[in-house]
Design a protein around this ligand. Structure first.
Ligand code: CDT
Length: 307
């Protein structure tokens, strides 16, 4: 048996502070059309794909940052994406900053089907960086100021002929993200990211950014028998160099496609969702081999305890 989803990882190059939404949507539309021409069922865009990565600046009054957030999706400026998706019969996954009517701020990703309808919304669970202004840093990573962590957790949705999951950037470094979705039978995880090369708290990690990016997604794919599609906003954005290396990873943990540039670039792969069974029904047959009775600390505590 085979169940094929042809997926496109639509990496974006940098979005500068002065770039307006309309110009970014035009770039997304171009990638969407390239993907449709390549026979894609689904195009995955990065985290915060409509704007520059604004948490690199701090504002005293958070409402001064309201213009970076979307209050509706679709909105007049993003509606052409939904309309083009319907016209071309291709789905997409899009990351953006969400400001809810009651004033909550989330780092959000939506999954849209081939008719332009929203299948699901995911709000980022693991929020990295810091909550206060740190003036000595060369740039801020104040995601914890701009976004609250979602308590809704990780969902898996029936779409595109399979079981689709979503996570956002820092979520991909945590095995719990994959495993929660693995326990819901996920077959393809969609993940946008913005990863600065320079890790301010420990610069010795800078040279390892590409290695760590591949390490976490390849192991998450393998250990849960799922496809993983990781998509960067890459390149030098407002002076901050960000990792590219967007990739499509098979349930074996093998990388089947990877970007070569740090610009707008589409890579595609023909993903057979039935390949997931090779791992889910053998080495990682959860029902047969897992031992939840000894995993209690994973959900019972947050930090490390020493006896
Ligand atoms: N966007 C995002 O989550 N980026 C983080 C940066 C590392 S911590 C400042 C990441 O995990 O790639």
């Amino acid at each position: 048996m085979s169940r094929i989803v042809t997926v496109g990882a639509a990496q974006l190059g940098p979005i500068q502070r002065g770039d307006d939404r309309a110009s970014v949507v035009a770039r997304l539309l171009e990638l969407l059309r390239q993907g449709a021409a390549a026979g894609c069922d689904l195009i995955v865009f990065p985290e915060l794909a409509l704007t520059t990565f604004f948490p690199r600046w701090f504002v005293e009054d958070i409402t001064e940052a309201d213009h970076w957030y979307e209050t509706a999706m679709p909105s007049p400026v993003t509606a052409p994406l939904f309309e083009e998706a319907r016209r071309l019969s291709v789905g997409f996954c899009l990351g953006y900053a969400e400001l809810t009517p009651d004033g909550h701020r989330f780092n959000t990703q939506i999954l849209v089907d081939k008719s332009g309808g929203t299948v699901a919304k995911y709000r980022k669970v693991h929020i990295p960086g810091h909550e206060h202004h740190e003036p000595d840093r060369p740039f801020q990573h104040a995601e914890r100021y701009y976004f609250e962590p979602s308590d809704e957790g990780f969902g898996v949705w029936q779409a595109f002929g399979g079981r689709m999951g979503m996570m956002i950037c820092n979520d991909r470094r945590w095995p719990e993200s994959y495993r929660v979705m693995g326990l819901k039978g996920v077959e393809m995880i969609l993940c946008g990211y913005n990863t600065p090369i320079h890790y301010v708290p420990d610069p010795s990690q800078d040279i390892l950014q590409g290695f760590h990016n591949a390490l976490v997604m390849q192991s998450g794919a393998y250990q849960n028998g799922t496809w993983v599609v990781g998509v960067a906003k890459a390149g030098v954005e407002e002076g901050v160099d960000s990792l590219g290396q967007s990739m499509i990873v098979a349930p074996s943990g093998q990388i089947v496609a990877q970007t070569l540039s740090t610009d707008d670039e589409l890579i595609t792969a023909r993903c057979d969702l039935d390949w997931c069974r090779r791992y889910k029904e053998t080495l990682f047959d959860f029902g047969r081999y897992r031992r939840p009775e000894v995993y209690g600390p994973i959900t019972g505590q947050r930090g490390v305890t020493l006896d």
